[in-house]
Design a protein around this ligand. Structure first.
Ligand SMILES: [Zn+2]
Length: 308
């Protein structure tokens, strides 16, 4: 107002009032229109939000339904699988074992022969099972080496002395040790073994300690050159972690270890102290058969399991 009413002016120009009235009406109606627009927008957004929220709650409900359905189906699958296993266990004839669905268990015995070995051989014979014996050198055990071969098992090499400080001193002393055992076995049985297992496994770190370098890197190709196929294991019976392990520990270690395997190479020992390994055998064999395994011996043709 001050803009139009100058000091000393007596009369205000009537056009100013008209102008002001127009401005007033104009701005009021502009504001009113603006408010109506905003209200429309507000209402529209609100209703869009309601639609979306409705949709969202719908989706949540159906995805909850979906999860429930999925869980139900999963339960049914497990029930059916268990039922199938049960039927197969009780009636093995319903699904003939073919080469495709065969699960192989390889029982392997290291560090023998000892007084336990004939007991193991008796058990294997009675149960029509072939196994693998990774033997050490003992001139008083020639009859047992012979029996292993005659009864159809694999007679395999595990070094003559099994003395880490000697065999892993250098490559030459390892090869000489193997040669001595080779000779003893050939003299006793007439056959030359071509399957072997390194004491401690092919990735053992003890060898490195004695040799001062990774001697296994040199021994492994040398043994291959000599025509040997070596095997490690993928199921440990745990019978070496104590002088005489608890029988149940051995049974459980083997049966749990083999559970997920199609091919189970099972590490056991038949040294003199391993009496509980012999005792564990019947339960191990029964448990593995229930898991669908058939027993085989390792040969140079068997698919190998190597730590390295
Ligand atoms: Zn051993």
């Amino acid at each position: 107002m001050k803009l139009y009413v100058k000091k000393g002016q007596r009369k205000t120009n009537p056009f100013v009032f008209v102008f002001l009235a127009i401005v007033f009406i104009g701005s009021t109606s502009f504001l009113a229109a603006k408010t109506i627009n905003k209200m429309d927008e507000f209402n529209q957004t609100k209703s869009e939000l309601e639609v979306l929220e409705d949709e969202k709650s719908h989706l949540e409900t159906s995805s909850k339904d979906f999860t429930i359905k999925e869980e139900e189906l999963q339960k049914q699958v497990i029930d059916l699988e268990q039922r199938l296993q049960q039927i197969k266990r009780e009636n093995p004839e319903v699904e003939p074992v073919t080469e495709d669905n065969k699960k192989y268990a390889y029982l392997t015995f290291d560090d023998g022969p000892s007084k336990n070995t004939p007991k193991i051989l008796d058990f294997l014979k009675a149960n029509h099972i072939k196994a693998t014996f990774f033997v050490i050198g003992d001139a008083s055990q020639t009859a047992t080496y012979k029996r292993i071969v005659e009864e159809g098992h694999t007679l395999a090499v595990h070094t003559n002395t099994h003395k880490y400080s000697d065999i892993y001193k250098n490559v030459d002393s390892f090869m000489k040790d193997i040669e001595r055992l080779d000779q003893l076995l050939e003299e006793s049985t007439g056959i030359k073994p071509n399957v072997m297992r390194f004491p401690g496994g092919s990735n053992n770190t003890i060898a490195k300690r004695y040799a001062g370098f990774d001697i296994m890197e040199q021994i492994i190709p040398k043994m291959k050159q000599q025509g040997f196929v070596y095997f490690d294991w993928n199921v440990d019976s745990g019978d070496a972690s104590k002088s005489t392990q608890d029988k149940q520990v051995i049974v459980d270690s083997v049966l749990n270890g083999a559970k997920s395997k199609e091919q189970a190479i099972i590490l056991m020992h038949d040294a003199a102290a391993k009496t509980t390994t012999v005792e564990a055998l019947p339960e191990i064999v029964e448990g593995l058969r229930k898991q669908g395994f058939v027993f085989e011996k390792l040969t140079a043709e068997t698919e190998t399991i190597h730590f390295r």
